[in-house]
Structure formats: C-alpha cells, structure tokens
Design a protein around this ligand. Structure first.
Ligand code: NCD
Length: 322
C-alpha cells in the first residue's frame, strides 16, 4: 500500500458518499489532512479560515448526538456558516420530499450538505440532484464514512498503522453502516478484519466481504490489536435477534472477565451510543484500554478534513469527479 504523497496527490471528489469506492491512497490522504487540522482544536481560539464565506447545512433525518455536533464543530472551526436542520422542525414533517427540501436549501446558496437519512442511497440521490457538495453522515445500513475514518485515524494514532493489525468488529453487523464503512476502510489500509456475532446478526452475503467470520469472541479475543464493539440497534429490528440480553452479553459482551483474555494493550472502541451492560460493561468502557472518547475527539479533525477537501474539489473547475 502506498502512503499518500502529499506533494503530488490531488483530491478530486466533491462528495463523500462512502468508502467502498475510495482507494487506500485517498483514505490515507484524508487521514493525513485530518492530522494537519488536529491542532486547531487545541488552540485557545479554535478557528481557521478555509471555509470562510461557505455555508454548511446539517440535514439530519435521523437522531444523532455525536455525529451532528461533531460536524457542526468541524464546520465552525473552519469558519463556515452552519445551518442546523432536523426533521422535527422542518417542512419534512409536513410531507416535503428530500429533493424538494434540498433544492429549496440550495436556492438559499448553500455549499455543502451533510446528510443523515434512514434510506441507504439517499446521499447519492441528493448528490445527483443538487450542485452543492454532499457528505454522508450515515445512510440506512449502507455507510457511515466519517465514523470509519475517525476509527482508522484513532487506530493509526495509537498503533502507528493499520497494516497487519488484527481488528474485530463485534455485534450487530447486520444493521450497522459503521461496520460496512469500517470493513472497506480497514481492509484497504491493510488490516485483517474479523466479524464476530451471532449468526442472526450477520449480514446476508457475508462471504462476499473481504473479512473473516467468527461466532465465538472467546476464540479470537487473545489475538486482537483492536476491538470495535457495535451497538445492538433494536430500533432497526422487527424481531429479537437473540433469546435474551443476558445471553447476548454472556457470549458477545465485552466484560471485565473477558478482557482478561485480551492482550493488555488491545484498543477498545465503540462508535456510541453505548448500551452499557449489554455490549460492554461500564468498567471496560471507562477502563484503561478504552479509546472511545479519543474517537469522539478525533472525529472533529477528520470531519474538518472531509469538509475542507470536498469544498476544495468543488473549486477545481473541470477536474471534478464525484
Ligand atoms: C452510529 C450510527 O448512527 O450509525 N452512531 C454514530 O454515528 N456515532 C452507530 C449507532 O447508532 O449505533
């Protein structure tokens, strides 16, 4: 894998819809750009001018705490004007379609739309219909690219590289856009990824993904460099995927007891929000191996990089591809 050559590399995507179609070099380039932005957040005046005069709209059709706040802070730190738009306070609740909403916002002169939507593919549809840049903040079960980028950034910062690292993604893979974006990004960067969970929470066509599968966390925990524990997304399920919460925890929960089998330096990760006591015990979430709050901190630098790069690409007339 080539690392991004900062002198010759030119970012050309005016949208960030997912990581599946990005190259390792492009992903590395975003992470390198984020590194440059990281120190802005440690200054007493947390502002830099690259997006001055630009308007970023946070268009969230699903609930969010971390991701929305993180995008807002990232845009603010780059001096953009930020408009917050949620389903409950918008005309969407009166029946306006996604495209009508977006076209109306665009008529007001916006530059970047950050969209979260419960339908996979909504950001792509939007990117074909408006001229502003589109950044995917999570679409259905499909992708959540900035979450995976911040996960990779956190691992790279802690371990130096993802190349050759053994990483497990554990739990509700079937309903997780975080898992999908993680799989694309981590494997492109050279990690060996294993999906772990009960068969009922594995996605269909799992054999077509570039990953290993395990149904026993105890079998593999001792080899891992990092473990990413996913939330059980009950809101996306019609039926219970396991007999009881207690049974799930017993086999797949990251408990203090199970941590004794892990390498002492294994990184413990979670995209949030955590169901404490279900996928992870509080002592582990708040323990010495946890980098969960580092993920949140790193998310701002990563989102600054993404907003900056898409906006730059939009200005390269004639060279733009999406
Ligand atoms: C994730 C999401 O919304 O997909 N959370 C997040 O963005 N931090 C995962 C989840 O909700 O469990």
């Amino acid at each position: 894998m080539k690392t991004a050559d900062k002198t010759n590399f030119q970012w050309t995507h005016k949208h960030l819809l997912g990581l599946k179609d990005l190259s390792a070099q492009e992903i590395e380039f975003i992470l390198d750009t984020a590194k440059g932005f990281e120190q802005i957040s440690t200054r007493s005046i947390k502002k830099a001018p690259p997006l001055r005069g630009k308007v970023v709209v946070n268009l969230f059709f699903e609930d969010s705490t971390r991701t929305r706040t993180s995008f807002s802070l990232a845009a603010n730190r780059l001096s953009a004007d930020v408009v917050e738009f949620t389903m409950k306070t918008s005309s969407v609740s009166k029946g306006e379609t996604l495209l009508d909403t977006a076209r109306n916002l665009e008529a007001m002169g916006i530059d970047i739309v950050v969209i979260r939507h419960n339908a996979g593919g909504a950001p792509k549809l939007l990117s074909r219909s408006i001229s502003a840049c589109v950044v995917n903040a999570g679409d259905g079960y499909n992708e959540h690219p900035t979450q995976a980028l911040l996960d990779c950034y956190t691992i790279r910062k802690q371990l130096g590289t993802l190349k050759g690292k053994k990483i497990a993604i554990v739990g509700d893979i079937a309903h997780s856009r975080v898992a999908r974006s993680n799989i694309w990004a981590m494997t492109k960067l050279g990690a060996e990824v294993t999906l772990v969970g009960p068969p009922t929470l594995m996605p269909s066509a799992v054999d077509k993904l570039p990953v290993k599968i395990s149904y026993s966390l105890d079998d593999i925990i001792g080899e891992l460099d990092a473990i990413n524990m996913l939330r059980i997304q009950f809101e996306r399920m019609a039926n219970n995927p396991f007999p009881s919460v207690r049974e799930y925890s017993h086999y797949f929960g990251l408990t203090v007891d199970r941590m004794k089998k892990a390498r002492p330096d294994m990184l413990v990760m979670h995209p949030g929000p955590i169901n404490r006591g279900l996928e992870m015990e509080s002592e582990v979430a708040d323990g010495p191996n946890s980098v969960i709050l580092d993920q949140v901190t790193n998310g701002i630098a990563v989102r600054m990089a993404v907003l900056y790069l898409v906006s730059q690409a939009n200005q390269i007339v004639g060279q733009v591809k999406s």
